[in-house]
Design a protein around this ligand. Structure first.
Ligand code: SF4
Length: 144
């Protein structure tokens, strides 16, 4: 029984939604229909969540929202760094459409790359020279 309870207490993955804002409008996504206010998590709330996760321990911290893009959080590189430096947290991962990547400084890009174990990219615009028409308008930037 104790082993079962220990197994239940072991957390494999936790997600933090640092922002629910997005700069794309993928046709398959519920983002345009979302009724929640579009916002970025406050620093005190993030710090509190990180402290609690660190205390609980988890194998993987996913820094990806349900809908939204984490790179629209201007503090994202520093939040990744804080997560990676937190004891009890294994891997730190996120996925992004990377539209906003040019908004970050070289130092912030360094922080993003060096504090992420896995980065998943969903890239659609102008891939392989495809025009917007060829893509069927599935992906448009600029929708906040
Ligand atoms: S980038 Fe992600 S969150 Fe944004 S519209 Fe596309 S699927 Fe949805």
């Amino acid at each position: 029984m104790n082993r079962f309870l220990t197994f239940l207490r072991h957390i494999h993955r936790i997600k933090i939604e640092v922002t629910n804002k997005c700069n794309a409008k993928c046709k398959f996504c519920a983002y345009p229909l979302m009724k929640r206010p579009r916002m970025v998590m406050s620093e005190p709330l993030y710090a509190s969540a990180l402290r609690q996760i660190s205390k609980l321990g988890c194998d993987t911290l996913m820094m990806s929202p349900v809908v939204g893009d984490p790179l629209l959080d201007k503090n994202f590189p520093y939040r990744l760094q804080n997560a990676k430096n937190s004891p009890g947290i294994g891997e730190v991962r996120f996925f992004s459409n990377f539209i906003a990547i040019s908004e970050f400084t070289d130092w912030e890009l360094h922080l993003i790359l060096n504090n992420s174990d896995t980065i998943l990219a969903s890239i659609a615009p102008n891939v392989n020279g495809q025009s917007k028409a060829a893509r069927g308008g599935r992906f448009k930037s600029g929708h906040f």
